[in-house]
Ligand binder design. Sequence first.
Ligand code: HEC
Ligand SMILES: [Cu+2]
Length: 464
Amino acid sequence: MLLGLGGFGCGNATVELPVERAVLTPPPRVPAPIERDHPARVVVDLEVVEKTMRLADGVEYMFWTFGGTVPGSFIRVREGDRVEFNLHNHPDNKLPHNIDLHAVTGPGGGAAASFTAPGQSSRFEFTARHPGLFVYHCATQPVGLHVANGMYGLILVEPKAGLPEVDREYYVMQSEFYTRGAYGEEGDQPFSMDKAVREQPDYVVFNGAVGALMDERALTAKTGETVRLFVGNGGPNLASSFHVIGEIFDKVYIEAGDRVNHHVQTTTVPPGGATIVEFGVETPGTFLLVDHALFRAFHKGTLGMLKVEGPENPVVFQPGEVGPEERRAPRVPSESAPAPTPPPLEGALEESMRRGKKVYAASCLPCHQADGTGMARVFPPLAASDYLMEDLDRAVDIVIRGKRGEIVVNGETYNQVMTPQNLTDRQIADVMNYVTRSWGNAGEEVFGPGRVREVRESGKERGR
Ligand code: HEC
Ligand SMILES: [Cu+2]
């Protein structure tokens, strides 16, 4: 069955292999499993593109990419395939680049053979001798800089027998970004060599941007399905403690080799390394992908979502009641009497409120509840809240710095602690626009990031 693989050294010995063009996919997509039961000559064309893209809301970054995305295009070949690799460097680019594929046995993983100036192309060939999931990255000096700017991706070498069939496959890659400004500081953010050398990133993200796998960009599945994640780490510096909140990995292909571990909660993915995890999804809900080094997850962006839809499965999980009924805060007036139709909103404000609703869902809802009614004696209501609407600077300040000590909201006393919410000025402005216009609050003031910054600075002056 095997063709004359031994003859590869002789240049033209590959003629017998059927030729096919590799299908490349942007993250989080993965090319379909390989159906072939024999090797082929697989032609890969990958283009390096330097371009400015979103790193976070309001934050832009000049990324260097393989194929126009961060991480770069996913490549899928089969063990024993002969790979013809063509690297193209877009003519508008400013720098030379190359590629080091960890799936390659040979000098530099192909780096020296693929050094390519802007507007040029290069070619090398290799045989995919080892099955596994491998990182590829640029290895042009200064290597750390090229990697820090987004130059990495994954290549899967499927074992000859293939991988077990699953319902969904996704591509997730963690990496860090080092910017001159702090996390969330708006505008075009240049790379900070100083922070990179000190290994103090402002951003640690999945798939190249804060929120790349959140909300409408979440990964999806249905109850009863099996999910396989191809997880890589581009680094350049930090190892990932990869975890999915509310799931246990049925299988982890340790370090993406062929040894399989079972029943794993958290698995390590080093920079320049990868892993494959598989799990069944039995219950509906939103499952968060995190680096379990949690300040990264909740303060630097390493959060993704897997949204699972389908019927509840009480045998696997059954939520109970949350506290006795009388502990629930009183209902908002606006729920009994329909609120008057609000005047049509200006487009920008509408946009801000739409974003604010998401910020609310992610950062405030667990305590203040979806309908803003809070929880009696524990979490004060934001719905129809006299305290909130009485002093809007104070409300912004609470979101920035948190709140402790006794307060009276709608005649009820609370003496609890709200921790500071690590949000950007824009996110705070958005959530303020949302809460001051929802659930019976008749806010008129329009908040923008500048307004939030003023409160932030005046708070600093007051020594808070
Ligand atoms: C971990 C729970 C928790 C989260 C998350 C939280 N809060 Fe609070 N919040 C509280 C508590 C507790 C208080 C009361 C603090 C006190 O007693 O001094 C409070 C008080 C407030 C108040 C003043 C009281 C009122 O009801 O008007 C505002 C405004 C507020 N929060 C807004 C927000 C917003 C906006 C968010 C999301 C960006 C948020 N909170 C996230 C727990 C939380
Ligand atoms: Cu490069």
